[in-house]
Design a protein around this ligand. Structure first.
Ligand code: BEZ
Ligand code: FE2
Length: 404
């Protein structure tokens, strides 16, 4: 058991309480929160202007593409996708030596205690199965062409089975459906039956680009040439609504949803699904900006996530929420700042079923601490953290100290 003392404790509890000069007692889980708690416990004073808060959770990454820095082409979704297809094998092969470890270290330094990894090949498994961060390992299925689907499904089953051999408290195998345009509905059904049976959280890209909107709605737009050239396909395998309806009884995390329409957002809300908002990735591929006010008003939980280094320059989640803060110019910075911090803590923990993301009795002690350069008004604290913090000082996961 250990007791931490900090100048500011951001709880992210129901009342969003911030405790000044407070203390938290925990072992694996949080036991007590308050002021002047028991004296006879090993105590760490986190120092002047210290902040103790729930660790951050990055719900959407693609670490297999961590070798990319300047290789992929930004500015347009289809141009980027073509560059991914052209460079994919090289990028996968180039993620060797310390490539995965560097990506994990970058996340750890930015306070990330858990992340949702989309695994498309299984090449990331060895690097993640014993990670000191918590990993929700989404085995991804892709394949819209009926001729290729059986082999791709078999490969998916093999990867899923292998990942399940390493299932632990900190490594949680799961399932990802690439997208409505790239996975055949028959395979989606089979894969979702597995997810339901195993009670898994599912992840799926949805409505990332205008090209996806036009292809699914009208078999037109930039995807028309792409599908003709690459897959000899004239029409989409599903409509957006047909796709969404398959997720009725599954806990699903939809990624992007920038181009989701009102009916689709309402449906996402009605099935208690969530959305990952990846503002830097969306900006770099020039796909637009998610209307987070609309998402919030529909009571859809959202998390801000970095996506992979395939469409971002960094995996630092403090930088990502800073970008979000600066991009959503219609929203008041103070209220938005609070919402963004909630999105990468409480919301993200609930989205991935992790029982963390807030400092409340019974939650896992997944905590981070750092020092602000000066003291801050309580009302400004969330905003000042987003503006000034890039790296953290200390981290605990399941109550154990993690070396950064
Ligand atoms: C497909 O297999 O259908 C597919 C793969 C990547 C992008 C788009 C479609
Ligand atoms: Fe993604």
């Amino acid at each position: 058991m250990i007791k931490l003392k900090a100048n500011y404790i951001i709880t992210m509890n129901e009342k969003n309480e911030i405790i000044e000069n407070g203390e938290v007692i925990f072992d694996k889980k949080i036991i007590k929160i308050g002021k002047n708690l028991e004296k006879n416990i090993k105590t760490i004073d986190l120092g002047e202007n210290s902040v103790l808060m729930p660790g951050l959770i990055n719900t959407h990454t693609h670490l297999e593409f961590s070798a990319n820095q300047t290789t992929l082409i930004y500015g347009d979704f289809i141009t980027w996708l073509n560059s991914v297809i052209a460079k994919r094998e090289n990028l996968l092969a180039d993620c060797k030596n310390n490539c995965y470890q560097n990506a994990i270290t970058q996340m750890k330094k930015s306070g990330i205690v858990a992340f949702g990894e989309i695994s498309s090949t299984g090449l990331d498994l060895d690097h993640l199965k014993n990670s000191d961060l918590k990993v929700i390992y989404f085995n991804e299925i892709i394949g819209s062409n009926p001729a290729a689907v059986d082999a791709l499904y078999q490969d998916f089953l093999n990867r899923l089975k292998e990942s399940e051999e390493y299932k632990s408290e900190k490594f949680i195998p799961s399932i990802s459906i690439h997208s409505p345009y790239s996975v055949h509905p028959i395979v989606i059904k089979k894969v979702l039956d597995i997810a339901k049976q195993k009670n898994m959280v599912v992840s799926a890209h949805f409505m990332e680009s205008k090209a996806e909107r036009e292809w699914l709605d009208n078999n037109k737009g930039d995807f028309k040439i792409f599908f003709k050239q690459n897959l000899n396909q004239e029409t989409a395998v599903t409509s957006a609504v047909e796709f969404l309806k398959q997720f009725e009884d599954v806990k699903t995390h939809f990624i992007h949803a920038v181009w989701a329409n009102e009916e689709e957002l309402q449906y996402i809300s009605s099935i208690n699904a969530s959305i990952a908002h990846c503002p830097v990735s969306n900006r770099l591929l020039n796909t637009g900006l998610l209307n987070i006010e609309r998402v919030k008003n529909l009571q859809i939980p959202y998390s801000v996530a970095t996506d992979g280094l395939s469409s971002n320059y960094s995996l630092n989640l403090f930088k990502e929420i800073r970008s979000a803060l600066l991009m959503h110019t219609g929203l008041h910075p103070k209220y938005l700042a609070k919402d963004l911090i909630k999105s990468v803590t409480k919301n993200a923990g609930e989205i991935l079923n992790l029982n963390n993301g807030s400092i409340e009795v019974g939650k896992f002690a997944d905590l981070i601490s750092f020092k602000l350069p000066q003291c801050s008004n309580i009302e400004d604290l969330y905003l000042q953290i987003i503006l000034h913090i890039n790296e953290i000082e200390k981290m605990w996961i399941n109550g154990e100290k993690i070396e950064i």
